[in-house]
Design a protein around this ligand. Structure first.
Ligand SMILES: *Cc1c(COP(=O)(O)O)cnc(C)c1O
Length: 229
């Protein structure tokens, strides 16, 4: 468990260094510790080092784990694909949904957020690499989806999220991060809204993402260790 604390500290230091290198304030980058496949005891251990923001990628798994950690008052992000028929439990479990990629899903989330009397922060997931089997809206369909989401009264569109193509060298991923930032800047201008958040960067490439403007990085392995499940 000591190791988890050291890992967390190291990741935070690397985020800080990357931000400083490009003249950004390290406090403008939030770390989501992605705890998928790891048991509640490990999440609790990381929380005991002062970390409060966690991410899961499956509603079913979150349903089993999050209630066991309710005493800790953690902030939960859904980072994995969401089926419309799981929108209701997703709204009950998560504080932020990062993976909105179609209107039907957004409309469901809006309805359940409304029933709970809250305004739910969401990100639109963009398939910047236009990979056929990957979740996320393709860049050409981003603007119409964003326009529709902005009309839903119980959702707060905070920005964009992406999972770029998997490439060994983190430098080769940089153009995809830059692309997400450009898409966000363009949307802000065209829709005349503020979209402050860019969720991009995982264990292998979060420093490059921070250099390219990430405000949220999603890091699993570098904190919790290798996943076996
Ligand atoms: C698993 C996962 C992560 C974290 O990946 P690591 O490589 O372990 O840091 C980030 N984002 C999403 C959407 C994930 O599913």
């Amino acid at each position: 468990m000591e190791r988890l604390g050291r890992n967390l500290e190291r990741v935070l230091a690397r985020i800080g260094d990357a931000a400083t290198r490009v003249g950004r304030n390290p406090e403008d980058v939030r770390l989501v510790a992605v705890s998928k496949t790891f048991p509640p005891a490990k999440i609790r251990a990381v929380a005991e080092f002062g970390h409060r923001r966690f991410g899961e990628n499956r509603v079913q798994e979150a349903k089993e784990k999050i209630p066991q950690l309710e005493d800790l008052d953690l902030e939960w992000h859904l980072v994995g694909p969401l089926q419309s028929n799981k929108a209701k439990p997703a709204v009950e479990l998560f504080d932020v949904i990062q993976s909105v990629d179609r209107l039907k899903l957004a409309a469901r989330l809006d309805r359940y957020a409304g029933e709970r009397g809250l305004r739910l922060p969401v990100l639109i997931e963009v398939n910047v690499g236009e990979e056929p089997q990957k979740a996320g809206v393709v860049p050409a369909e981003l603007e119409p989806l964003a326009r529709s989401v902005l009309e839903l009264p119980n959702l707060e569109l905070r920005g964009l999220m992406t999972i770029p193509p998997f490439l060994e060298d983190p430098e080769s991923v940089r153009p995809y991060f830059r692309k997400l930032r450009e898409l966000r800047d363009e949307l802000e201008q065209r829709l005349e809204v503020a979209l402050p958040d860019l969720s991009m960067g995982m264990s292998s490439d979060f420093e490059v993402a921070v250099e390219e403007g990430a405000t949220i990085v999603r890091v699993g392995t570098a904190i919790f260790g290798e996943r076996t499940g």
